[in-house]
Structures are given as C-alpha cells and as structure tokens.
Ligand binder design. Structure first.
Ligand code: A3P
Length: 333
C-alpha cells in the first residue's frame, strides 16, 4: 500500500492550486449560505464573510464547515493542526510534518520535501478540501496516520472519532499586526486600522478570535489526550522542547538514539524561519489560487512586533477585550 507521508506529499502538491472557483450562496443540505448574515472581508473584493454558528467564515469556506461537521470521518490516529491565520500555522505544519515523516525523510536528508515544497504543500488543508467539488474523497485514500490542517473553530470539527488536534495560539496583538502585514503583501496601501477594527469587533476571518481560542482551550482542558494547546511565543523560546511535546502527543516520541543523533535539533533547524525562507519555492512565486506571494508567509517571526504598529490606546483596547473575554478561563496572554 501507499507509504504514509511519502505518498501524501506527492498527492497533495496541487491542493491549494485546485481551490474551487468562487462558490457562493448555494444551498447545502438545509443551510442556505446566501441567507446567513454577511460582512465585507477586509482586503478582499471577491470574498465576503458569512456568520455560521457564531463564526465569521470566508463565504467560500462555509460549505467546508458544513461538510466537515457532517461528512468528515476522523481516524483515531489522525492529526489535525488547527489555528487562526497568522498564528504560526506554516511553522507548525512544517514541524509536525518533519516529526511525523522522519522515518522516511530524516530531517538532515538532502531530499527532504521541505527543501523543495512549501509546508502547505506537504499538509492537506481541510477547509479547501471540503469547500466543494468532492475533493474531500482524496482524504479517504490517504494512508494512516494522516496529517491535516484547518483554520476552522473547534465547534466545526466532528465530536466523535478521538483524533488528535494540535492548536497553535498567538498573542492577539501580534496576530493582528501579522495579518495586516500579510494583507499588505497583496494590497500595499491597506491601512492597519481596518484590520484592527474588524478583529476587535469579532467580525474577522474565522473570528471572533476569542471564541476560536477559547473553543480549543476548553477542549484541551477537557480532553488533554486529544487536544494539545501550543503557543507561538513558547515555540519561539523553546522549539526543541515543544517538538518533543508534539512528538509525544502524536504518539511518536523521540528515542534516546534519536536524541543522541540530534534528530530533534535537525527538525528545529530544518523548520526554522531562516531555513524555510531560503527554500526556492518559499521565496518566489505566488500561492496558487490564493494569489499571495509565497514569501509573505515568512516575515519577521518574533514576539512583540505589535509595539511598532499600535498606539498605546489601540494596545490597551485590545488587551481589555482579551482580558474581558478570557476572564476566569485560566488562559492569559
Ligand atoms: P509575522 O508576520 O509576525 O512575521 P501563519 O503561518 O499562520 O500564516 O503565520 C505567519 C506568521 O508565522 C508570520 O509572523 C511568519 O513570519 C511566522 N513564521 C513563519 N514561519 C516561521 C518559522 N519557521 N518560525 C517562526 N515564525 C514563523
């Protein structure tokens, strides 16, 4: 049969490239997308946001939320990377792929897929797969264990199945700045205020951000063996420690021999910002279908960049929202 990861890479190179063309306002079983509340999407003239089950999803991905809930059949050894956009998805995808695929692709190998492909080409994107066209059937033929990623809130994932989810969370002010910078790679004139306001209002892509974060936070508290809650800032401080945690969580802990051979260090280096950024495919060209330059995924990679772009008033306002929404949850920033 197909070899896990070896064949996944081959199968999924074109996933994002084959994003379905605009699909809006269709009837999905009993959900009429065009009847859902809508808002414009900052920085996009083609797509808008629709409020589905309390979350503002890109209209083209509403069918994916419905499809995921109703038709996604998780396997017990599935691993799903989950995040809000700009929280370190690309990095975590790379780390998880390098960790789980290390038997067929040692991190120091000259033929490692991450030296040739974008991390997003190595890990299938559930939201795009379920967005239409029946492409989700591709998931059924993938050998176990499957590694996938999503930006959907926890509420959109099916309850049953017991698969493992790794969530990455990032300080909201830094996430806001990162999102704006990312949008500027397509629209250089875009003012920060539009992105900032939409994030604060909750009506931003996959938002409200606090409900997104809290959904996974609560799930990680209730089912710690199924949901691992990681933080971008902790990953920056201690990448190796977090990679070990990730490996244990997904059931492939590093052996003593691997530790001695420097496998963990190799994975951390292979997936470092400097290393990924220097890969040809990550430096040049555009993310097919999504129209953004691929290098926009690899920008600064630090904590605290918000201070360079926010006034103290803006920072306070966002901190107050976070403090208010996270009160008594045990989660702090
Ligand atoms: P900045 O814009 O603050 O630099 P996502 O992958 O979810 O879109 O998140 C993008 C953010 O992760 C960007 O943040 C990007 O620079 C950062 N990033 C990407 N690869 C990284 C890596 N290997 N290590 C650390 N940060 C990384």
């Amino acid at each position: 049969g197909p070899i896990p990861f070896k064949d996944v890479v081959v199968d999924n190179v074109d996933l994002v490239a084959t994003m379905p063309a605009e699909r809006s306002s269709e009837d999905h079983d009993d959900v009429l997308v065009s009847a859902l509340p809508s808002k414009p999407m900052v920085g996009s003239t083609q797509n808008k946001l629709r409020c589905y089950l309390g979350f503002w999803l890109p209209e083209t991905f509403v069918p994916a939320a419905i499809g995921l809930q109703r038709r996604f059949v998780p396997r017990p050894d599935d691993v799903i990377i989950a995040s809000l956009p700009k929280c370190g998805t690309t990095w975590l995808n790379a780390l998880a792929f390098a960790t789980m695929a290390r038997r067929c692709y040692p991190p120091a190998g000259a033929d490692h897929p991450l030296l040739r492909l974008s991390p997003h080409q190595c890990v299938p994107f559930l939201d795009a797969l379920f967005a239409g066209g029946g492409r989700e059937a591709r998931l059924d033929v993938l050998p176990s264990p499957r590694l996938m990623y999503t930006h959907m809130p926890h509420e959109m994932l099916p309850r049953a199945g017991g698969c493992r989810v790794v969530y990455i969370c990032r300080e909201p002010k830094d996430t806001a700045v990162s999102l704006w910078q990312f949008r500027r790679s397509m629209h250089p004139e875009l003012p920060f205020l539009d992105t900032f306001e939409s994030i604060c209002s909750g009506a931003n892509t996959y938002g409200p951000f606090w409900d997104h974060i809290l959904g996974y936070w609560r799930a990680s508290e209730s089912w710690p063996e199924n949901v691992l809650f990681l933080r971008y800032e902790k990953l920056l401080r201690d990448p190796a420690g977090n990679v070990r945690k990730l490996a244990r969580f997904v059931g492939v802990p590093f052996s003593e021999a691997e530790e001695e051979a420097g496998v963990v260090r190799g994975i951390v280096e292979l997936c470092s910002l400097g290393s990924l950024r220097s890969v040809e495919v990550n430096r040049t060209g555009y993310m097919d279908g999504l129209k953004f330059p691929r290098k926009a995924l690899f920008r600064k990679g630090v904590a605290g960049d918000w201070a360079n772009h926010m006034t103290p008033e803006m920072a306070r306002r966002m901190d107050d929202i976070v403090a208010d929404k996270l009160r008594a949850t045990g989660l702090t920033f």
